[in-house]
Design a protein around this ligand. Structure first.
Ligand SMILES: Cc1cc2nc3c(=O)[nH]c(=O)nc-3n(C[C@H](O)[C@H](O)[C@H](O)COP(=O)(O)OP(=O)(O)OC[C@H]3O[C@@H](n4cnc5c(N)ncnc54)[C@H](O)[C@@H]3O)c2cc1C
Length: 260
């Protein structure tokens, strides 16, 4: 079974510092593998242990993503591929998904792509589904469990308060929740092996990516402002009337705020 896992390197938010204006100080911020992506790696490794095959991890980002890929190799991934090119800079989720999708096409002949549900910094949960769309793969999202007979993949899917089992033929793309497993502690022999492995760096031309879909220019969304919403505290309004009238008033207020 050939499994590709996409991993994102994110700032370690437990070490975040803020400047006097309340802005995040990014300089010197330590980075980690997006936590749920470690569960994606673990899910892939467990499938490989049952069915044989290989696990390939890929990450798009600046040169420093090598350390995230090296950590994934330490966990037991067989190969790592780094996507680094100035042409990828400023990518929104679609341009990110496109670049990763082109790399996955280049790797080719895969059975499964596994991603985390969402990144802890961007939090859009869009990259997995967009890659599935770009690659024309069935999408099995929010996996709490994953099983395979070597030809099909079946997941236990979390949908709010409900769960269900769904399956698809290979090749398919699965996004996993952190509850899916507990990831392994890296064994010492894997650490030594991991540091002997070469990590190829692929640029846009290597994955036949078209410039028009890459980076800031290829990004359909434009970031206008990032801010913390002001939370109004302590405002209580008493509603009066019959239960039906009060329910109607509550519904109107939620509607006004686009909450229903
Ligand atoms: C207009 C615009 C410009 C932007 N410019 C920049 C910029 O210059 N620099 C910057 O750092 N960010 C930039 N961003 C943010 C960037 O687009 C997102 O961080 C990125 O697309 C991933 O989205 P997300 O974090 O919401 O991931 P999600 O969709 O929440 O991630 C889901 C899963 O997808 C996979 N994944 C996501 N990203 C990657 C990756 N890079 N490599 C491998 N796997 C991945 C992981 O498995 C992850 O668990 C920009 C966003 C916009 C809208």
């Amino acid at each position: 079974m050939k499994i590709i896992v996409t991993i994102k390197q994110v700032p370690n938010v437990t070490k975040v510092k803020w400047d006097a204006d309340g802005s995040l100080i990014r300089a010197g911020l330590p980075t980690i593998i997006n936590p749920v992506d470690k569960h994606a790696i673990e899910a892939a490794l467990e499938l490989k242990e049952k069915h044989g095959g290989e696990v390939i991890v890929i990450s798009m980002g600046p040169g420093q993503v090598e350390s995230a890929l090296r950590e994934a190799l330490c966990m037991g991934a067989d190969q790592a591929i780094q996507l680094t090119d100035r042409k990828f800079a400023g990518a929104d989720t679609w341009a990110t998904s496109y670049a990763l999708g082109c790399a996955i096409k280049k790797i080719g002949d895969y059975d499964l792509v596994i991603s985390g549900v969402e990144a802890m910094d961007g939090n859009t949960a869009q990259v997995g589904p967009q890659m599935a769309e770009f690659l024309g793969l069935p999408l099995l999202s929010y996996a709490l469990g994953i099983e395979s007979d070597g030809k099909k993949v079946q997941i236990q899917q979390k949908l709010g308060d409900f769960e269900r089992k769904i399956e698809a033929d290979f090749p398919a793309l699965v996004t996993v929740e952190k509850e899916i497993n507990e990831y392994r502690v890296t064994p010492m022999d894997k650490i030594l092996e991991a540091f002997e492995k070469e990590i190829p760096v692929w640029e846009a031309d290597d994955v036949d990516a078209e410039l028009v879909h890459l980076g800031l220019k290829g990004s359909p969304t434009k970031l206008r402002k990032v801010f913390s919403p002001k939370i109004e505290k302590g405002k209580v309004q008493m509603l009066e009337g019959t239960p039906e009238e009060i329910a109607r008033q509550v519904a109107d207020k939620l509607n006004e705020k686009f909450l229903i």
